[in-house]
Design a binder for this molecule. Sequence first.
Ligand SMILES: CC(C)(COP(=O)(O)OP(=O)(O)OC[C@H]1O[C@@H](n2cnc3c(N)ncnc32)[C@H](O)[C@@H]1OP(=O)(O)O)[C@@H](O)C(=O)NCCC(=O)NCCS
Length: 148
Amino acid sequence: MLIRPLTLSDLPWVLDLEQRIFPRPWSRGTFLIALANPQQIFFVATVGEQCLGYIGLWRMYDCVHITNIAVEPDVRRQGIAWQLLGEAQKWACGAAMTLEVRPSNTAAKALYKKFGFQAAGIRPGYYEDNGEDALIMWKEITCENTGD
Ligand SMILES: CC(C)(COP(=O)(O)OP(=O)(O)OC[C@H]1O[C@@H](n2cnc3c(N)ncnc32)[C@H](O)[C@@H]1OP(=O)(O)O)[C@@H](O)C(=O)NCCC(=O)NCCS
């Protein structure tokens, strides 16, 4: 498996995955704006020509926000998100990584907890589709632990 920066040619796949799995998928326009922002990057996990998962990151001052992470449903629990987080951690070296997750998203919460993220607060009613709160999670990334 190769992890590389996502490019414009990966957009049809990433938009399709977003549509299939998220209640509020990102639009093509949102991805294009993000890809043009030097403070944002997406990494994609591939095998040959096939994209299996991706992660989006946005650096804001000394903090790197995980904007998206998703893996194709038929290849989950094979360590793909773990490897994407590892690549994210290298990019975020020296910063703090943070994210929001639905309290009901047990898979994502288990992943983040295992990766060393800690709960840091709640954003009440954050998710517009159902009014669910967001759990804020946080991990300090020292440059020594980017090999995790
Ligand atoms: C969350 C998600 C990205 C995890 O991707 P993945 O490639 O299956 O995760 P990994 O295989 O790297 O899992 C690493 C660890 O996370 C935990 N984990 C992952 N999925 C889990 C699940 N369904 N149940 C419990 N623990 C889980 C486990 O500890 C796992 O290690 P293990 O398999 O050795 O037990 C994937 O389920 C997904 O795409 N979900 C839909 C999109 C989403 O919810 N994104 C997060 C938004 S905040």
